[in-house]
Design a protein around this ligand. Sequence first.
Ligand code: NAD
Length: 344
Amino acid sequence: MAHKIPATLIPGDGIGPEIVSATTAALDALGAPFEWDLQIAGLEGIETAGDPLPADTLASIRRTRLALKGPLETPIGGGYRSSNVRLREEFQLYANLRPALTIVPGGRFDGIDLVVVRENLEGLYIGHEHYIPIDGDPHAVAMATGINTRQGSRRLLEFAFEHALATGRKKVTIVHKANIMKALTGIFLETGIDLYERKYKGRFVLDTVIIDACAMKLVLNPWQFDVLVTTNLFGDILSDLVAGLVGGLGMTPGANIGTDAAIFEAVHGSAPDIAGKGIANPTALLLAAAMMLDHCRLQAAAGRLRRAISATLNLDQVRTGDLGGKSTTAEFTRALVRRIESDA
Ligand code: NAD
């Protein structure tokens, strides 16, 4: 295959190392030309280097501008700030692309083919939060500030619209809550409509929907949607919702695309409840690796990987527990590698 492509590899926390090793085994079987630079972050970063995002990890991504990462643990409530959010900020990864595609038919919803495009840097995720103490209660009042900018909204909407055109999508739906958060999400809606009218009108259908109605419509009739584009927090929630339409979090990949780098990962987290048991489904990270191959213009290898995943799940019926199967991560990986090798 082509010349070597330097890339940072972060195994991550919980099930991260298990699904990352399944994914590198598949990439090796494909002969993918990645030259991995192994780095740490998250809880492992704290435990090994005293920092959830060590300087060496940042330096590596600055050099390679490309990373594949396992999930990173973030403490709930207090503790250190999310390494994922810091990575997005550091490398200006403003677009989070989260496709949901039915690979295993016969579930509650069949034939799903949706993409959630989530703004990744602004909104309520900026972390400007504090408490106001009253009468000895240090947490009497909690406050959060959300910020959305015209420029940030425009570049993400432009990314979503261009992605829709490049992938032959017919409809883009802007998801908002501009009836209540008139400024915070109104700016996103207004910017999207304006951009469409000026540059994209007639090239695909543009629709708008309020987030709560969108959640209901996604469960009643998800086939009415094609590309959903939305602000940070809504995108986070909706991408888990659409993951549920295609068999759960084990099935949905994510790409964080920015001006300075691209980082590929699963939508799910570190799954501490099943970590170390050898039963995690590596499919989401494998699909993220397929997106990474596409990003590097290695479409043939990406297609081969996607075909092998589908054949392993459907023809061989090798499935992990989250999909109703009995296979371990290792058994799934062996079957997948056999499929990749037989489709050379
Ligand atoms: P989670 O996604 O880790 O797990 C939710 C449920 O889905 C669990 O029951 C888990 O067992 C199951 N699940 C997830 N991935 C699976 C897989 N590949 N195979 C089989 N089952 C799977 O969500 P959580 O428990 O809310 O979060 C755990 C930690 O992960 C938290 O610290 C959170 O901050 C972090 N997190 C990280 C990322 C990331 O790194 N991008 C994303 C989400 C959550």
